[in-house]
Structure formats: C-alpha cells, structure tokens
Design a protein around this ligand. Structure first.
Ligand code: MG
Length: 452
C-alpha cells in the first residue's frame, strides 16, 4: 500500500500533491479513525494554511467530529491543548515545519498530544486509500468553534515550568528570530514575561517568509547573528516555521550547533533530577559525555522525534531530543517544544552564571564530517543488509542503519527517509580522523552497491 504519512506527517508542494481535496480526505479519514468527538485544528502562517485548514475541518465535521479551531499557533501549543484537555481525541496541525515556502502539510496528533504512532497512521491510511469514510447523518454532522485562549494557557504552562525568578534577576538581552513563523505569536511575549530585554526580527507571521527561509540553520540566520553581535546580546534564539524547534546563537554571535545545545540542556536536566536522556543514534557523543559525567545514562533510538518522545514516555526519561534543535521536556509535554527550549536555555544561563559561549567552549570537542551517497530507493534494504555483512566482526550498533564504533570515533551509515541517498555521519576527536571515518563509510556504501 502507498504511504500517506512520511517521517513527519503528510508533506508536499501545494498543487497536485498537496491540495484542498487531499486535506478534506485526510480530515474525513482521521474523523473516521477517532469515531467522532472533539478534534483540535491549528496551523502555521503558510499562505495555503487557511485553505487546507478549512478543508480538513470540513472533512472532520463530515465524519461527525466537533472541530476546535486554535488558529495560528505553534505546533506544541496544539499538542499542549490536546494533552491538557483530557477529552479531545487529537489534532490536525496544518504545517510544513522547516520546509520552504511552497510546501505545506498535515500532522496528526493523538489524544495524549503526541505525534501519532505508526500503527495509527497505518489505520488512517487504510481508511483513506480504501475510502472507508464514515458519513455522519444530517443530525450528527460536527460543529466548529474557535478557541483563542489556547496560546495563553500554553504560555502559562511554559512559564510554570521554568525558574522565572532566576531569569528575571539576570534580565538577559535576547534577540529572537521566529522567522515569520508560528513562533511569532508566542516567543517574543514569553521572553518579555521572563524579564528579558527583547529585540525581535521577522516577528510578524507571514507565510511568504520575507525575512528568511523557515529552517533555522546558520546560512539562514545571518541577520540574527549580525544583530546579536551589533547589540552585544547575551543570546540569539531562532525557530523553525511551526516553532517546535529552537536553535541558538551565542553571545559572541556564533551559531551553536544542535548537538551542543542539546548537550547543555541534557546536562542541566540530569543535574537537577538525575536519570535518563533519550536521543537518536545520529546525535554526537558529546551528549553521552556530559550526561555520564553528571551521573545520568543515555538511551539511543532510531532517528525521528516521535520515537524519541515515545521512548521517553516508556523509560521515564528526564530529557530527550535531536540535534536539529528539537528538545523534549517531559515535565511539560512529550513533544518537541521550541518556546520551552528557549525558556530552558535562559534558565540554564541564569543558573550557571556563565556566558553561553563559555559553556559551549567547555564541552568536549568532536569533529563531524557528513557525506551522502546516492542509492536507488528499491536497493535500500539490500544495500543496508550488505553493509551489515561487510561490518561483521566490528563493534556495531544497528538501531538505525549501521553505526560502526571505534575507540577514537564513530561512523553512522543510514538510508534517508525522504531522499534516495544514504547519509554518512562521522565524528572523531580530530578533523583528520573524522574525514577518514567518513571516507570509510562512503566506501562501505559503494562497496555494498557493488560499485567498487
Ligand atoms: Mg517543526
């Protein structure tokens, strides 16, 4: 059967692959799957958002669901709404997260506010592809109402989980760049509530994304970096399009790579509460080093935030996340939360009493080398099996792809979930060793492909 949901919901370019017809049918399928009841609806500011959201709402109502329209809010706000309501069956979030302007998507959230499990997605896919939609009779067609207060309750929720007094005492100077995304309606106000001196960039929601592209990578954050340097701010904070991720710029104007901000947040969680941190196999060893030193343990999972969140839920972890700026704070909710990450990073700076650049500089240093090898999708499984065979006798981790562990570094080789490539990710304590391990990973894939 063809898949509808990818690794992060249903995504596509507006047009033949992502349109009103699809959104109606997804709404109908999800409405049928949850068999009536209340379902929340939210969207990011993409220009196609109102079209898709209204279509999805129609589909939900036709299957007998009552729609609660939260409007333009961050994805984690919709998840928080569902998790705290206790009676809402789930949510549809209309967002393409970090993807470029022409994309949009539909994300399905379960009744606990978590990204839907693959089994549930499969059940929805089978309803969708077999057109087994429930059609509510005239008297049971669903209703729709707006709830404009969700964003305030979400803000209160974040504020209640951080040491606001410590942050207020320090009154840090913060430059925030929500990138014209959904974070505009949340983070600048949250920071002000926390007593920060706030300067904002690209802080009006605009689906044309006039300021920068939605992915908060260093090459898109030139303006943020320049302003942080110019005004001598303590920190710069950027979100992706739906604000479930946060990335940071330090007080020197240097972009903080996701592995390092994750390591700092993980250490802070373990220091205060002990316990387990969950992160995918693709995250740098720096997380392990700092968590172990603080007396905690690390559990590695397959790549993808839903599996990280579920593993945290099952293991009772104190923190988890990915190297792309997605961090999960279980005392708040079991999903990535960009505003919460921002607030926790400010709390950490206040508690440590050091500049972000100093905290980053004190972390163990790893050199990372990434590479890609083209592999046709139909050969993916065979190539992976052959790599496992070729790596026999070495210390390997096959949680996701193949990770070969050496004393002085590691190389992970894994098929991309979205592109016809294998990603090679090497890290070591010296640049030369990282290069050598990456070369070895590329050679392995090529050998498995039968090239040379
Ligand atoms: Mg996102």
């Amino acid at each position: 059967m063809t898949r509808l949901f990818g690794t992060n919901g249903i995504r596509g370019v507006i047009g033949p692959e992502m349109n009103a017809d699809l959104a109606v049918k997804v709404g109908r399928a999800i409405g049928t799957f949850v068999s009536g009841g209340a379902v929340a609806l939210a969207r990011d500011p993409r220009l196609s958002g109102p079209m898709l959201a209204r279509a999805a709402a129609s589909g939900l109502m036709s299957a007998g669901c009552d729609v609660i329209d939260l409007g333009l809010v961050p994805t984690p706000c919709a998840q928080y709404f569902v998790a705290k309501s206790g009676q809402v069956k789930g949510a549809i979030v209309v967002t393409a997260s970090h993807n470029p302007r022409e994309f949009n998507g539909l994300k399905a959230i379960d009744s606990r506010g978590m990204e839907m499990r693959r089994e549930d997605e499969e059940a929805i896919e089978s309803i969708f592809f077999e057109s087994r939609f429930h059609v509510a009779p005239w008297s049971e067609v669903g209703s729709i109402r707006a709830d404009d207060a969700a964003i305030h309750r979400y803000t209160e929720g974040v504020l209640s989980k951080v040491d606001g007094d410590a942050i207020r005492k320090r009154a840090p100077s913060v430059v925030v760049d929500p990138g014209n995304g959904a974070g505009c309606v949340m983070t600048p106000y949250l920071l002000r509530s926390l007593g920060c001196r706030v300067l904002s960039l690209n802080a009006q929601p605009d689906g044309a994304f006039p300021g920068r592209l939605p992915e908060p990578t260093p090459d898109h954050l030139g303006d943020l970096i320049r302003v942080v340097r110019e005004v001598h701010a303590d920190i710069g904070i950027a979100h992706d399009g739906d604000a479930d991720r946060a990335t940071f710029v330090d007080d020197q104007g240097a972009f903080v790579v996701g592995d390092k901000s994750l390591a700092l947040l993980a250490r802070s969680a373990v220091k205060s509460r002990g316990g387990t941190v969950v992160t995918p196999v693709s995250t740098s060893t720096v997380v392990e080093d700092v968590v172990r030193a603080a007396g905690g343990t690390v559990v590695r999972t397959r790549v993808g935030s839903p599996i990280v969140a579920r593993t945290m839920f099952e293991t009772g972890a104190v923190f988890g996340g990915e190297e792309n700026g997605g961090a999960i704070f279980p005392e708040h909710q079991f999903c990535r939360d960009g505003a919460m990450s921002a607030a926790k990073m400010l709390e950490l700076l206040a508690h440590e009493g050091q500049a972000l650049s100093a905290l980053v500089a004190a972390l163990p240093l790893y050199h990372i080398k990434k590479s890609n090898v083209s592999v046709p999708v139909e050969r993916r499984e065979a190539v992976l099996a052959s790599i496992v065979e070729l790596a026999k006798g070495r210390k390997v981790d096959t949680t996701d792809g193949v990770k070969i562990l050496e004393k002085d570094g590691a190389v992970l080789v894994r098929p991309s979930g979205t592109e016809p490539i294998f990603r090679v990710y090497a890290e070591a304590r010296t640049p030369a060793r990282a290069d050598a391990l990456a070369d070895e990973g590329v050679a392995l894939v090529k050998k498995a492909l039968g090239g040379r």
